[in-house]
Design a protein around this ligand. Structure first.
Ligand SMILES: Cc1cc2nc3c(=O)[nH]c(=O)nc-3n(C[C@H](O)[C@H](O)[C@H](O)COP(=O)(O)OP(=O)(O)OC[C@H]3O[C@@H](n4cnc5c(N)ncnc54)[C@H](O)[C@@H]3O)c2cc1C
Length: 344
């Protein structure tokens, strides 16, 4: 079964990986000069579920994705996987309510998700923190750009690919996994963009002591290859990938406000900006495309993965593989309906 995948970011590469695993024949068509040309090109990203106070079809998606990626990352080589754990600081009353409810309603074992006080959080992080936190010991970071490479080992892909390349191959199914560009093909889908910039900093003597990822609205990763990622900005009103100097200042200031004294001696060594795709209801769009003007019957979508693309794109890839190869789904029908492009 030949499957044409339009877009070579995490969504397209993860899908190719799983289709290849089940014996299908995926081919990626990437418009840019390399895989991970868009949002998936960051050197380090955190993998965390999107937390909701109540257990919903949406939270079940992220929970399933979390355990699925943990199993998969342990088998992939050279992806800079660092299961350092992540502390989500409870730095306002709204978060306090939400995170306490999350821990209650999700029902995860305490060794996978719990609340720790500021002293325990400091002990876990290896640096002083002033806030209590929700702690996920199995969370951490991985390199999205390296994931794309690892997912596509042995998979056929074409770079600088024009539309004719995938329109002409007579595939059994076509999957649009091209981030915000999905709306060029399916203009009725309510896909929006949120620009963001991450700041790469060289680890200092002090910052090298950080043992976990620390999230506070922004985030700082534990060191990987002597570097931290400090992220990231959110600009719904911008959709370009040019670097903005003030974004680095904002990322660093936010970090300094939550991890006292950490900014001292930290050198910025790089920045990267790109554009996230999001949907009207902030949940990914995954499944069979509605009737469309492209004249393709077996058309699918994997898009709007927002800020949690590392987890989301992998689970989307599993679901689409099940759909395309006609296998039982590993997600509930409630979740499948919540993801469906037809829900709008
Ligand atoms: C600053 C920032 C920080 C982030 N941090 C994290 C994080 O820590 N953890 C996390 O989980 N997520 C994070 N994300 C989100 C995550 O990066 C995205 O959700 C994810 O990369 C989306 O993958 P994608 O494949 O859907 O989109 P993309 O990576 O954008 O891939 C789409 C691809 O399609 C290609 N394309 C476009 N048009 C066409 C066309 N017509 N034909 C062929 N190809 C085309 C593009 O060139 C691109 O390569 C972050 C995002 C940003 C911007």
């Amino acid at each position: 079964m030949k499957v044409a995948i339009v877009g070579g970011g995490l969504a397209g590469c993860a899908l190719a990986h799983i289709l290849d695993f089940v014996g299908a024949e995926p081919v990626i068509f990437e418009k840019g000069p390399s895989l991970a040309s868009g949002a998936s090109g960051n050197s380090i990203g955190l993998y965390n579920p999107r937390f909701t106070a109540e257990r919903t079809p949406q939270s079940d998606y992220y929970a399933s994705a979390f355990s699925a990626v943990l199993r998969r990352f342990s088998k992939l080589e050279d992806v800079d996987w660092n299961p350092s754990g992540a502390l989500h600081l409870i730095n306002d009353e709204k978060k306090k309510k939400r995170f306490y409810q999350t821990v209650d309603s999700w029902g995860w074992m305490p060794e996978t998700m719990n609340i720790v006080d500021a002293d325990a959080a400091s002990e876990i992080a290896g640096v002083e923190l002033r806030h209590e936190a929700m702690y996920l010991p199995q969370s951490g970071s991985v390199s999205p750009v390296k994931l794309c490479r690892a997912y596509t080992a042995g998979v056929d892909f074409h770079l600088n690919a024009p539309d004719e390349a995938w329109r002409d191959i007579n595939a059994d199914a076509v999957v649009l996994a091209c981030g915000p560009a999905v709306r060029e093909y399916l203009p009725d889908l309510p896909i929006g963009t949120v620009r963001g910039q991450i700041t790469e900093v060289e680890a200092s003597e002090k910052s090298s002591e950080i043992k976990t990822a620390i999230c506070y609205g922004g985030y700082m990763s534990a060191p990987v290859n002597d570097m931290h990622i400090v992220g990231s900005t959110f600009q719904r009103w911008l959709d370009h990938s040019d670097l903005i100097e003030q974004d680095d200042v904002d990322n660093m200031n936010k970090m300094a406000a939550h991890i006292s004294g950490m900014e001292e001696g930290l050198n910025i060594i790089g920045s990267r900006a790109s554009v996230r795709a999001t949907s009207q209801d902030h949940f990914p769009i995954v499944g069979k495309a509605p009737a469309n003007d492209l004249g393709i019957d077996n058309l699918y979508v994997s898009a709007a993965h927002g800020s949690h693309g590392i987890l989301s794109t992998f689970m989307a890839a599993k679901l689409l593989t099940d759909m395309i190869t006609d296998r039982p789904y590993s997600l509930s029908m409630d979740t499948v309906s919540a993801l469906s492009p037809g829900r709008f």
